[in-house]
Design a protein around this ligand. Sequence first.
Ligand code: NAD
Length: 296
Amino acid sequence: MTATVIDGKAFAADLRARVAGLVPAFAAATGRVPGLAVVLVGEDPASAVYVKSKGRMTKEAGMAGFEHRLPAETTQADLLALVDTLNADGAVDGILVQLPLPRHIDEAAVIARIAPAKDVDGFTPENAGRLAAGLPALVPCTPLGCLMLLKDRLGDLTGLDAVVIGRSNIVGKPMAQLLLGESCTVTIAHSRTRDLPAVVRRADIVVAAVGRPRMVPGDWLKPGATVIDVGINRIEAGDGKTRLVGDVDYDSAVETAAAITPVPGGVGPMTIAVLLRNTLVAAHRRAGVPLADASL
Ligand code: NAD
């Protein structure tokens, strides 16, 4: 058996187009377009690349993008003051502070300062708590993108065994909450889990969010499992070049799984598409305007 490849790139392009299609109705109702503010502190090259593509795709979706690039030596007080300004700015519906922040800044304090209604990354304690309580929330983009791919592939997830490998606040934990919300039987595995292969082998759905190249081999998988590979790891490819691989060993997993996301081109493109979706949703909620497409 060879697995179906889940085309996250195409799904993300379609989602961005659906979001863009809903912007004119919002503009007609409110007299303005949704706005996303992105804050980048310092010169981390990977972050700079993400911020650039976020800016481009925001404009392509017909939304307003506000970019704030601050030097690495920015103080925590100055960053908090900028967040306060953005919280109060009526043209800003979504605020994203690009992580990681320089070491002298307390990330948790900065995230907690973002107004929950504008927290399009879904990282504030308020939104994390609302997700856990099953209340309407802004949900972290990467796990929500994973859930969209899973539902598109499998339809109703009720009763399926799901194993999430990784327990970070930005991927693993919210992913587990989302799957629980879909009535899966959810196991969260992590660095201290005993006999990880046996845990993974019982899963109908495996979400790998670890950050270790090709850690999950195909023979850990239950035949017919659906595999969502969140990992993005750069490895040496010989002759001085590098390439990206996931947390799952794609070549062996593809022989056992029923469906799998590739790296790159699987989960990666979903994150920005869901960010735009979250910004549109946040804009509608703030303006008190119902979203025309409830399925979004
Ligand atoms: P993290 O480092 O915060 O968390 C990693 C988790 O993996 C931890 O909870 C840890 O307990 C677990 N872990 C570590 N070693 C393990 C082991 N041997 N066995 C089982 N579990 C183990 O990472 P993160 O921010 O959650 O990101 C995970 C991966 O996903 C990274 O490769 C990251 O680049 C990628 N990522 C991709 C996107 C995207 O596609 N847009 C977004 C976020 C993160």
